[in-house]
Design a protein around this ligand. Structure first.
Ligand SMILES: Cc1cc2nc3c(=O)[nH]c(=O)nc-3n(C[C@H](O)[C@H](O)[C@H](O)COP(=O)(O)O)c2cc1C
Length: 213
């Protein structure tokens, strides 16, 4: 697939059909992750690939299975989500948080080493490891797209990361920035509308000046 086509085709998918993904394909996708830029030249990243149904169920045990209509509306109010496209995207995504990982062919737990308390950074450099793993994760999403697959992902809330650590047994100095679901998009898989952006109005040449074009 041509590069810009991959960029355009990469979408967050939350509806998967049953499919097996060959180990070599998973390896290629993760290898693409390792080509991402890294802050400390170490790429101290690990990936736990979970395809065992029982293990997957244990990891996901903590994730809510759905949300009531009232709780959904309350969430939109609590999180101050007013934009209609944004509201619609949450209405589609939130109820699928469990299923989009459970139905994926494999789940991947990306891990990066964090030496200082990420919740008490003293400067931006303390977040470099976190920034780097997200560069890596985006490469994974793009590679999955190029291979004809797609990803869902969830940022762990509350105790979800510690729960994953307990179940999967990864060391304390590694953090899991998200859960990734990798799979074959279902035929009717919903893609949330991407809010359109007038790119020219977001580009400021030689200072933050209104674009005259
Ligand atoms: C930092 C970050 C956190 C996100 N957290 C979640 C999440 O917890 N659950 C989820 O379903 N999607 C999550 N998403 C995916 C977004 O909902 C998705 O990227 C957005 O709706 C745009 O759709 P697209 O990826 O198809 O372009 C997250 C995306 C980013 C970049």
């Amino acid at each position: 697939m041509e590069f810009y086509e991959v960029i355009a085709k990469r979408r967050t998918v939350r509806d998967f059909e049953e499919a097996e993904i060959a180990s070599e394909v998973i390896e290629r996708i993760i290898e693409a992750g390792f080509k991402a830029p890294t802050n400390d030249h170490m790429r101290d990243w690990h990936f736990i690939v979970i395809d065992d149904a029982e293990m997957k169920a244990k990891v996901l045990d903590i994730i809510p299975r759905g949300i009531s209509a009232d709780d959904m509306e309350q969430l939109l109010r609590d999180w101050n989500l007013h934009d209609p496209v944004q509201q619609e995207s949450y209405r589609i995504a939130v109820p699928k948080q469990y299923r989009m990982l459970a139905d994926a062919s494999v789940m991947i737990a990306p891990l990066f080493k964090q030496n200082v308390d990420i919740l008490k950074p003293e400067n931006l450099s303390h977040l470099n490891g976190f920034a780097s793993i997200w560069c890596c994760i985006e490469n994974i999403f793009l590679a999955a797209t190029a291979e004809g697959y797609a990803c869902s992902f969830r940022i762990p809330l509350g105790d979800e990361e510690n729960h994953a650590k307990r179940v999967l047994g990864f060391p304390d100095d590694y953090l899991m920035p998200c859960f990734i679901g990798l799979g074959k998009p279902g035929k009717d898989a919903k893609r949330i509308i991407q809010k359109s952006v007038d790119v020219k109005s977001r580009i400021h040449r030689n200072g933050w000046l209104p674009n005259k074009e």
